[in-house]
Design a protein around this ligand. Structure first.
Ligand SMILES: *Cc1c(COP(=O)(O)O)cnc(C)c1O
Length: 392
């Protein structure tokens, strides 16, 4: 029997990396030493005090039972405490915080809570593919809002036709931004809130990189802006903050109606995150933060090596203030895909073609700083030797 594939699965955008992944496999089989700057996953370990707390909690049989799908009260309290400590924001842990199995859990389920089939959702382009994917699965129709370099990769609300804004129910935002490394200030969030209020749109701000920042810059929380809790929710995660991508723990906080709906949906889909993981996460959120500064200093050094290295070859990149990504234009005569293939062929270096993040990513590629400095220097050296100076 043929698999009875649902229309909503057929509607998902095609997977763009199949060809480049075949090429990578082929190179590996040939014994080529591949340097991957394509992966957005921290290479550094989870801080020791979090690992120790996990080791203790995993031995406690009380943690072995089903968790509650909305999260332990003390975990939600720790999230509220984090917002007070980092951003001076007050949250009601019961009504305004829900635990998530990684923020992706909430980003992927929110559209099911507020979008009916045929509804319009505003999705940044380029953007994290989950926003469009989950919206399409819920039967909604994405309207792609282009993030333009001349606007600092912030959406220009004036670009959104009034008729579209009137139909839209949800808008995704993400700062510090993956893939562009762009940041947003409080004034931008205030503008977004005014727009959302005018057209009755729920804002979903993805703050996965809120703590990955350099040179003294501290990204604001969406929730510290007046009116934010009435206009939307923020997604937070321990994944990038504490090098815990594999642990699967995050939260949504803010708008009480959205938090309640997400919790209700999750009670029908999953049974929450392992209590031991939640308790380890509490140790992270309430514990010392020296590790965070040390990790950011390592990313900063890597960023400088990579940006200075590329600029010596003819790029004119600015150093991102946040995230562990460099978003760079491809040289003249290349598409995103052809440049990625060329770097792989000639230098054994893997990059992510910008088109993986939407049509507006054409003409760009993304580099990830999750690689030790020695390998970054080697990658630059190989590009210099085998690709040379570039023009735009
Ligand atoms: C890594 C990442 C996340 C985090 O996902 P988790 O499910 O919390 O691990 C969310 N949004 C963006 C844009 C990311 O890059």
């Amino acid at each position: 029997m043929q698999f009875p594939e649902a229309q909503r699965i057929k509607n998902l955008p095609p997977y763009l990396f199949a060809r480049i992944e075949r090429l990578i496999e082929q190179k590996k089989e040939e014994g080529v030493d591949i340097i991957s700057l394509g992966i957005g996953d921290p290479d550094l370990p989870t801080p020791g005090h979090i690992v120790e707390e996990m080791a203790r909690e995993i031995r406690n049989p009380a943690n072995h039972q089903y968790p509650s799908s909305a999260g332990l009260p003390e975990y939600r309290q720790a999230v509220a405490g984090w917002y007070r400590r980092r951003f001076g924001v007050e949250l009601d842990p019961r009504a305004e915080v829900v635990a998530l199995i990684g923020s992706k859990d909430g980003l992927a389920h929110l559209p099911w809570c507020c979008l009916d089939p045929g509804d319009t959702v505003l999705v940044p382009d380029p953007g994290y593919p989950v926003y469009a994917g989950s919206s399409i699965l819920a039967g909604a129709v994405p309207y792609y809002v282009r993030l333009k370099p001349e606007k600092g990769f912030l959406p220009d609300f004036a670009d959104i036709p009034v008729e579209t804004a009137k139909k839209a129910k949800l808008m995704f935002l993400n700062y510090p931004n993956n893939p562009t490394g762009a940041v947003a200030g409080e004034s931008f969030f205030a503008e977004a809130i005014a727009f959302a209020k005018e057209f009755e749109i729920l804002l979903a701000h993805d703050a996965a990189y809120a703590e990955v920042a350099f040179d003294g810059y501290r990204p604001p929380s969406f929730l510290q802006v007046p009116g934010a809790k009435e206009a939307g929710i923020e997604f937070g995660s321990l994944s990038k903050t504490f090098n815990m991508t594999g642990w699967r723990i995050g939260w949504a906080a803010g708008h009480a109606g959205a938090v309640e709906a997400l919790g209700r949906l999750k009670s029908n889909v999953d049974s929450g995150q392992f209590n031991a993981v939640q308790k380890a996460a509490i140790a992270g959120l309430t514990g010392p933060l020296d590790n965070l500064n040390e990790v950011n200093e390592i990313y900063r050094q890597r960023r400088d090596i990579l940006v200075d290295g590329l600029n010596s070859l003819g790029w004119r990149l600015e150093k991102p203030k946040a995230t562990f990504y460099i978003w760079a234009p491809v040289p003249a005569g290349y598409t995103s895909a052809s440049f990625a293939e060329t770097l792989l062929e000639k230098a054994g270096v893997v990059i992510t073609p910008g088109t993986g993040y939407g049509a507006a990513g054409e003409g760009y590629f993304r580099l990830s700083l999750t690689v030790p400095t020695g390998r970054l220097k080697e990658a630059i050296e190989r590009i210099k030797r085998n690709v040379g100076q570039v023009n735009f």
